[in-house]
Design a protein around this ligand. Structure first.
Ligand code: SD4
Length: 358
C-alpha cells in the first residue's frame, strides 16, 4: 500500500482512537527534528513544516531542500564539491520508516534538487535508486527544473586550485601516473607504462573525506502522529573519481528509519562507512533495547576497530525522542528541535564520547 494511503489510514485511526480515549501519537514528545551539523536553518524549515502538520517525509524534504538552497557548508546542493573533472554531482535519499519505502539518486548531474528527486523516485517508481544522467533525465521528466549547470565560482576555484596542486590529494591508490593528474595505470601492470614513460611516475597521496568540510545533511523527523522519516543530501567527496557514489544514497548507511524503533543519520567517510551500514546497525541495536547513545557509539567503534583513521559521525534517535551522537576522528555537532525547545539546539560530541539528550 503506498505510504500516502497508509498515512490517511493512520490519520483516520488516530481520530477514532482519540474519540475512544486511546490516542496514539501526538504524545507531547513529537514532533521532533534531528540533523547532522549545525544546519540550523534546515532544522527550522523541517520544524515549521512538521509543526504545521506535514508528514515526516514531507518535513524531511523541506529541511534537506533548505540546506540544498543554502548550499550548507558549500557541500550540499549545487555549486559544491567538484569531482576530478570539476563537476558537481548530488547524492540524496529519503526513507519512510512506516513501510520502509526508499527513494534515492546518486551521482546525479544537472538537477539541483537532490532530495526532491529522491522523493520522486520513492513516490513514482518501484525502484529504490537511480544513478547518473538517467537519474537527472528522470527528475527533469517528472517536473524538476533542469538541466542546470551545478558548478559555481567557488567549486570552479576549488577545482582550479586542486589542479594547480597537481591533483593532490586524490582518491587513487596503487596507481602510477606519468603526470600526477593522470592518466593513471594500475601499479602492477604499470611497468610497461613506466618503461614507456620512464620519467616522472608519481604515486598519489590519499584524500580523506570530510575532515575540513561537512558534506552531508542527514535528517530525521518524527511527525505529530509519531511517523518517522529520514533524508540525506550531499555533493559527496571533493575530488572524487567521476562515477563515485558515497554513502549518502545508501539506506542503512547514511540514514535509516523504522517506525517501530527510531532513526539514524550519518556523515563522514562514506567510502568506509557504507561497508558497515552503521545506521542499520544503530536502529537494530535500539530495536534490541540499546539506548541511542550506546547504539551510536557501538556502530562507530565497530568501524574504528577496522579503520582506526576513519573520520565519521552519526546521531541516533529512538521513538521516545531520546537522541545521542557518536563520532571518530573529528568533533561532531548535531542539531535538534523538539517540543521542549524554544529554538533549535546544537549538541557537540567529542570523539569517543557521546552527547545524550535529557
Ligand atoms: C560521502 N558521507 O559522500 C559523504 C560525505 C560526508 O562529511 O558526509 N562528509 O562520503
Amino acid at each position: 500500500m503506498p505510504s500516502s494511503y497508509l498515512h490517511c489510514f493512520f490519520f483516520v485511526a488516530l481520530l477514532l482512537s482519540e474519540v475512544c480515549g486511546n490516542r496514539v501519537g501526538d504524545s507531547g514528545r513529537y514532533p521532533l527534528v534531528v540533523s547532522t551539523w549545525p544546519f540550523v536553518e534546515a532544522v527550522r524549515a523541517a520544524w515549521t513544516a512538521v509543526d504545521h502538520g506535514l508528514s515526516a517525509v514531507d518535513a524531511v524534504v523541506e529541511g534537506c531542500s533548505a540546506c540544498e538552497e543554502l548550499r550548507c557548508d558549500g557541500t550540499v546542493g549545487p555549486g559544491g564539491s567538484p569531482d576530478e573533472n570539476g563537476e558537481t554531482t548530488i547524492d540524496a535519499l529519503v526513507m519512510d520508516g512506516v513501510m520502509m519505502e526508499v527513494g534515492a539518486v546518486a551521482a546525479m548531474k544537472y538537477v539541483k534538487d537532490g532530495i526532491k528527486a529522491a522523493k520522486l523516485v520513492m513516490q513514482h517508481t518501484q525502484h529504490t535508486l537511480l544513478v547518473g544522467e538517467p537519474a537527472s533525465a528522470f527528475a527533469i521528466s517528472m517536473g524538476l527544473p533542469g538541466p542546470t549547470n551545478l558548478s559555481s565560482p567557488e567549486s570552479i576555484n576549488k577545482w582550479t586550485k586542486w589542479k594547480e596542486d597537481l591533483c593532490q590529494p586524490n582518491f587513487r591508490k596503487n596507481v602510477l601516473s606519468v603526470d600526477s593528474c593522470g592518466p593513471y595505470h594500475p601499479k602492477d601492470t604499470a611497468n610497461s607504462c613506466a618503461q614507456a614513460n620512464p620519467v616522472g611516475t608519481i604515486e598519489s597521496s590519499p584524500a580523506r573525506v570530510g575532515l575540513h568540510s561537512h558534506d552531508t545533511i542527514a535528517m530525521a523527523v518524527i511527525d505529530k502522529m509519531g511517523f518517522i522519516a529520514v533524508g540525506t543530501s550531499t555533493n559527496g567527496a571533493a575530488f572524487k573519481i567521476p562515477g563515485r557514489v558515497g554513502d549518502g544514497p545508501i539506506a542503512g548507511s547514511s540514514a535509516y528509519a523504522d517506525n517501530d524503533v527510531g532513526a539514524c543519520g550519518a556523515t563522514g567517510d562514506g567510502d568506509v562507512m557504507m561497508r558497515f551500514l552503521p545506521c542499520y546497525q544503530v536502529v537494530e541495536s535500539m530495536r534490541r533495547g540499546m539506548e541511542p547513545k550506546l547504539a551510536a557509539e557501538d556502530a562507530i567503534l565497530r568501524i574504528a576497530q577496522k579503520y582506526p583513521d576513519f573520520v565519521g559521525a552519526l546521531f541516533a534517535v529512538n521513538k521516545e525522542g531520546e537522541h545521542a551522537g557518536a563520532c571518530h576522528g573529528w568533533t561532531f555537532q548535531y542539531s535538534v528541535r523538539s517540543m521542549e525547545m524554544e529554538e533549535v539546539e546544537v549538541f557537540t560530541v567529542r570523539p569517543s564520547t557521546v552527547s545524550m539528550s535529557t
